[in-house]
Design a protein around this ligand. Structure first.
Ligand code: HEM
Length: 500
């Protein structure tokens, strides 16, 4: 099975998914810049409320949904390497290539719809939409593409269930959470839409997408933890306790599967009843993540204990790798975002402050670090290692300033998702925090752009590396010593697939 890892067709598919996901993050970043510069006092870039809300829908769609699911599809494709064997391989390849094609076509349509600016933007939580056929058809096409990648990965995972590595097990759990989102969305659509009378009011999108949005959070966090473990291994933290980590991973789909059930036992348009379950869902997300963080901390501590004197380079011999800065900022921002949990301050900018900690900081930086780690394993050298080392720092510091600005303005009562904030008399008090937000946004956009450019050049034009060579195991930092040997001993070397 290992020899198949060098199969160019399989590698190209992962490369294609990575290319797709990173390009969509680039689009999300450009739209984020427009949104942030419109909310920055004295800049106010976009001319009208319609353009602001449409671009905001585009930003959330590309950043939260397309980038998150697209990167996960790249991980599923990578985890799938080498299992296309025997009968059915041709059909599987068709499914694989077709999935990527559908996802790309769907995103093209969503982008056209956002840029055309027609249709009414509806700013529901998690899944905002533009009420316009091209947008909906694009979304459905994209979703079909993601489902194809998911089915292909799950089918191969079931076949080798007894030999799944911890990382592959984590990705299976993430995939199960996505399936739970699909179930919640199906129930939401079939129970809400047929009974809706357009004469009474607008389509209750918030209720339709409430369940799918919550289930996706579980999927993202499970995939983020897979990335944390991989980044930790890259900086020579010993492997975590396997049994405890698998049990913690299994809790994500267990809680996520309760979401479609909630839709069935409650009236799905009764958002207050569903929101009460939000507390249960928050606990369900926190407990396994805390267990994973504790397991990682325990492993890191075990290593640190044996390092004397306890100087940073000795504790983490690989601290000059991009994976180290990415892991540090991902953990830091996820922690800060969690502390800003949004149940207090709903409707204010505290909510995006929370999102930009946990998802934009926690998940996205972890995925950025994992990209640097995966590139040599799919035959591509990282174009600029120096940039890769500093980019998570610039992006992370920018986000910290952005979160401080949003959180401060939120504490003063500044509303979220609002075009004309400063027109209000109280808006004067928000000028300073919103200016701070704008400064952080600029820095975060520079850091994000550095990632997108570096990763795209690495994928498209940088030097190829032989995936079987030791060089592919690592983009090693000077003075790293026998890091590659250690990774091989841990089973996470060049011939491993996310640790298998
Ligand atoms: C350079 C990076 C980014 C910047 C500067 C940025 C900035 C912003 C701003 C200014 C808003 C509008 C807040 C409001 O008016 O209520 C926003 C909303 C949002 N962004 Fe970002 N963003 C960035 C990246 C991302 C990424 C990567 C994600 C997801 C992974 C994301 C997810 C969201 C979500 C979900 C919202 C809606 C928040 C709400 O519901 O209140 N952002 N962003």
């Amino acid at each position: 099975m290992e020899s198949k890892q060098t199969d160019p067709a399989a590698r190209n598919l992962t490369l294609g998914w990575l290319l797709f996901a990173i390009a969509t993050l680039g689009i999300a970043g450009i739209l984020a810049f427009l949104v942030a510069m419109t909310r920055t006092p004295a800049v106010r870039l976009l001319p009208s409320a319609q353009s602001f809300y449409t671009i905001l829908v585009g930003h959330v769609t590309f950043a939260l949904i397309v980038w998150g699911l697209g990167f996960m599809a790249a991980l599923w494709s990578y985890g799938h390497f080498g299992v296309e064997q025997g009968a059915g391989a041709a059909g599987q390849s068709l499914l694989a290539r077709g999935g990527l094609f559908l996802a790309a076509c769907g995103c093209g349509m969503i982008l056209v719809s956002v840029l055309a600016g027609r249709g009414t933007p509806s700013l529901n939580d998690y899944v905002p939409v533009i009420e316009e056929p091209v947008f909906f058809v694009g979304y459905a096409t994209f979703a079909l593409g993601i489902l194809a990648a998911l089915v292909r990965f799950l089918a191969s995972a079931v076949r080798r269930w007894h030999t799944l590595s911890l990382a592959s097990f984590g990705l299976v759990c993430a995939a199960a959470c996505v399936l739970s989102a699909v179930a919640a969305l199906t129930i939401g659509l079939t129970r809400i839409l047929p009974g809706h009378d357009p004469a009474i009011g607008p389509v209750p999108y918030q209720a339709i997408f409430w369940g799918a949005g919550h289930a996706l959070q579980y999927a993202y966090v499970a995939a983020m933890v897979v990335a944390w473990q991989r980044l930790a291994a890259a900086v020579q933290v010993p492997p975590v306790n396997q049994v405890a980590a698998r049990l913690a991973f299994a809790l994500y789909p267990l809680f996520a599967l309760s979401i479609p059930v909630l839709y069935l036992v409650n009236e799905p348009t009764e958002l207050p009843a569903l929101s009460r379950a939000g507390l249960w869902l928050g606990v369900g997300l926190s407990i396994p993540t805390l267990v994973h963080a504790a397991l990682l901390a325990h492993s890191a501590f075990r290593r640190a204990k044996f390092a004397f004197p306890p100087r940073l380079p000795r504790i983490l011999p690989s601290w000059r790798r991009p994976e180290a800065s990415a892991l540090a900022f991902s953990l830091l921002l996820y922690g800060i975002g969690s502390l800003l949990e949004p149940s207090r301050g709903g409707g204010t900018l505290r909510v995006p402050a929370h999102y930009h900690g946990v998802v934009v900081g926690g998940m996205t930086i972890a995925f950025m670090g994992l990209t640097y780690n995966l590139l040599p394993r799919i035959g591509r050298a990282v174009y600029s290692r120096r940039l890769a080392l500093w980019q998570p720092v610039v992006y992370g510091v920018g986000l910290l300033i952005l979160i401080a600005g949003l959180g401060w303005a939120g504490a003063l009562g500044a509303p979220r998702k609002t075009f004309d904030v400063a027109a209000d008399a109280a808006g004067v008090a928000w000028l300073l925090p919103m200016g701070l937000m704008g400064l952080g946004a600029l820095l975060a956009v520079i850091g994000g752009a550095a990632f997108v450019v570096n990763a795209l050049i690495s994928l498209l034009v940088a030097r190829s590396v032989d995936v079987g060579s030791p060089a592919a195991a690592t983009v090693s930092a000077p003075g790293e010593g026998n890091a590659a040997a250690l990774r091989l001993a841990e089973g996470v070397g060049p011939h491993s697939r996310l640790g298998q």
